[in-house]
Design a protein around this ligand. Structure first.
Ligand SMILES: Cc1cc2nc3c(=O)[nH]c(=O)nc-3n(C[C@H](O)[C@H](O)[C@H](O)COP(=O)(O)OP(=O)(O)OC[C@H]3O[C@@H](n4cnc5c(N)ncnc54)[C@H](O)[C@@H]3O)c2cc1C
Length: 615
């Protein structure tokens, strides 16, 4: 059954259907954002803002203090950037405090910390040395501990989880030269041996963070196809692979514009023999496992982004006051003041989104796939802009390396390194473009599941009628509800300025739901290819979520930090402007012209514009 337009290419349709088959199709728990896209702002799901219990906070405080002393005593982030090496001593000291088993349950030799405390740890490290933060997070957010915790058998957990408490590092090997965002292109194979007791893995994996130093990997590979409804279906299976197994090699250590200290490898598997009991989650479940691992794994990037943004905030505060030009501190000039306002208010929103989503993950009674994707997308885009503006505020000194600054007696603030280190976050763990598609797909799900049988040629007439009648019963009532005024009884004691923003979010959520619905009616199966429209609808949902998170967070801080209301207020004002812009652009845009020009460009019809350059 295809939900996709006949106009798209056969290959694209297959890739979409492949990803569709691997998505988690049940919504066992409520999702704040899913409701938001359907016109319901369920304030009680995020308010009061979830705070850590005193016991959990105490555990987190102690670990974060230990971690801070280990990293500051053993790692010089600028030296890591120059040498491309995180010192061996740092790995050893991190292992001693259990930093490679932060979320591994205590019964398996780990620290058993909550998601919030894990996020706090990564936030701290990311504010100091991004390479170290990425090394820790590639191992724990997506590497072996996470899928093992989620899907491993008791035997697997007993065998492998204790290794991390002893300092073993792991990695997540999904990407291949031809399989980046599109996993259907995966070529690495895992072929069962005749007795069925082992699999032989053959193929290449690209850009695997920690690959060259890992003791153990989770490797996604293609296993023999299954026949489903008479059709051959490609199967992807996840294997735990010990890197000491013969046939495994790191062919090349990849180097990047930033994150110089990470050990990231182009890996090769030649007849790597893996026991069948090393399969996690069952044969054919590998892509689902990878996608579900990423659903929680993605929460690390918001924490890391907030850490980096706060570091920037600290730098611009000091620099805006101390740097004098044209007779006053540069922060007194309005152009710089506007940037300072953006950085302060958006750093506040980053913290709100990161803490809220981490708490949602700990709660385990909320579906957070949409929240995590939005948090990842929002945080990586906003922190990049914050770092860029920080560099601008620092002027020439922002562009100068920390060692050069130090050599001439200046503050060695490595803003250019932070900017280089942050850039990749918009690409890894789902690019911003893929996050847009993911958000759109999940947000549309309640509609799609309702009307799916109508879209298929294979559905019987009777079933189509049944679906049609049920939709005809549901949608008029749903639509009338969207047109009725919104109440505010459940909002509690909100300061008036924030109440106004939450009420805006509530009204706008209804407007968003209508826009989504109209877009579905207008474009039907072609909606999937209207990426401009979908991205802007996703952006609206993203800012609505960030508005709600910021307001709820500000209320929770208001007694101790009255300034939190002002920061949230400014963030909401900016977000509202962006939202109105996106609605406007969806009505009146140049998407078609852009696409037409892009087609001409790809045909080579503007190559005349590429003259007078060195090629
Ligand atoms: C430093 C670093 C660390 C990494 N660590 C790991 C790791 O530990 N494990 C691992 O498995 N992988 C890792 N990766 C791989 C990373 O996850 C991929 O780079 C990412 O998934 C994107 O794939 P790609 O680079 O091949 O881009 P492509 O998929 O080729 O995409 C290129 C561009 O096209 C866009 N695009 C693609 N498809 C669509 C579409 N359908 N609609 C609209 N736009 C689209 C993308 O958004 C992007 O802008 C790492 C990469 C780097 C650089």
């Amino acid at each position: 059954m295809s939900m996709y337009s006949k106009d798209i290419s056969e290959e694209k349709r297959k890739s979409l259907e492949f990803a569709e088959d691997a998505r988690e199709n049940e919504w066992k728990y409520p999702s704040f954002v899913l409701k938001l896209f359907h016109g319901v702002l369920d304030w009680k799901l995020i308010s009061p803002f979830p705070t850590q219990s005193p016991e959990d906070k105490k555990v987190g405080d102690a670990f974060v203090a230990q971690l801070q002393s280990v990293i500051t005593q053993n790692i010089d982030p600028d030296e890591v950037d120059r040498s491309g090496i995180i010192p061996e001593k740092a790995y050893q000291e991190l292992a001693k405090i259990g930093a490679f088993a932060i979320k591994v349950p205590k019964e398996y030799g780990g620290l058993g910390l909550s998601q919030i405390n894990y996020s706090r740890a990564i936030h701290l490290v990311a504010s100091y040395c991004a390479s170290t933060a990425v090394m820790l997070s590639a191992h724990q957010s997506i590497g072996v501990p996470q899928p093992l915790k989620l899907f491993g058998t008791e035997e697997q957990k007993k065998k492998f989880l204790p290794l991390f408490g002893q300092g073993m590092i792991s990695a997540f090997a999904l990407t291949e030269p031809e399989a980046g965002s599109d996993p259907r292109n995966m070529c690495t194979t895992a072929t069962p041996t005749e007795d069925g007791k082992h699999f032989l893995i053959n193929g290449d994996k690209l850009w695997c963070t920690n690959g060259p130093i890992a003791g153990i990997l989770v490797v996604m590979a293609v296993t023999p196809p299954k026949i489903v409804n008479g059709k051959e279906c490609k199967q992807i299976t996840a294997f735990i692979v010990e890197t000491k197994t013969p046939g495994f090699e790191t062919v090349h250590r990849c180097r990047f514009m930033g994150l110089s200290g990470i050990q990231n490898g182009f890996l090769r598997f030649t007849n790597v023999k893996v026991p069948a009991e090393n399969i996690i989650a069952g044969e054919g479940e590998g892509l689902k496992l990878a996608l579900m691992t990423l659903n929680t794994g993605r929460l690390t990037l918001p924490a890391a982004s907030a850490g980096a943004a706060k570091w920037c905030l600290n730098i611009v505060r000091k620099w805006a006051v101390s740097r004098k030009q044209w007779g006053s501190a540069i922060g007194e000039h309005e152009s710089i003041a506007l940037k300072l306002g953006y950085i302060s208010s958006h750093t506040f929103a980053l913290d709100a989104v990161s803490l809220l989503t981490a708490a949602m993950a700990d709660d385990k009674k909320k579906d957070i796939r949409l929240e995590a994707a939005i948090a990842k997308y929002f945080s990586t885009e906003v922190s990049w802009k914050i770092a860029d503006e920080t560099l601008q505020i620092r002027g020439g000194q922002g562009y100068e390396t920390s060692s050069s600054l130090k050599a001439r007696g200046m503050e060695p603030w490595g803003v250019e390194r932070v900017l280089r280190d942050l850039r990749i976050n918009r690409i890894i763990e789902g690019t911003s473009e893929i996050m847009h598609l993911f958000i759109a797909r999940e947000a549309l799900d309640p509609h799609l599941s309702r009307v799916k049988p109508l879209l298929s040629a294979k559905t019987s007439f009777g079933e189509k009628m049944k679906t049609f009648l049920s939709a005809a019963k549901y949608y008029p009532i749903w639509f009338i509800k969207l047109c009725l005024p919104s109440g505010s009884g459940d909002l509690g004691d909100l300061p008036p300025v924030l109440r106004d923003h939450v009420l805006y979010a509530r009204r706008t959520s209804k407007r968003l739901a209508k826009e989504v619905f109209f877009a579905m009616l207008k474009y039907q199966q072609k909606l999937e290819s209207k990426q401009g429209i979908l991205s802007r609808l996703g952006d609206i949902g993203t800012d609505l979520f960030a508005i709600c998170a910021s307001c709820s967070y500000a209320v929770s801080l208001a007694k101790e930090q009255p300034g939190s209301i002002e920061l949230a207020d400014l963030f909401c004002r900016d977000a509202r402007q962006r939202i109105e812009g996106s609605f406007g652009t969806n009505k009146n845009n140049h998407d078609r012209k852009h696409v037409a020009i892009s087609r001409e460009l790809m045909k080579g019809n503007y190559s005349w514009l590429e003259t007078d350059i060195v090629k």
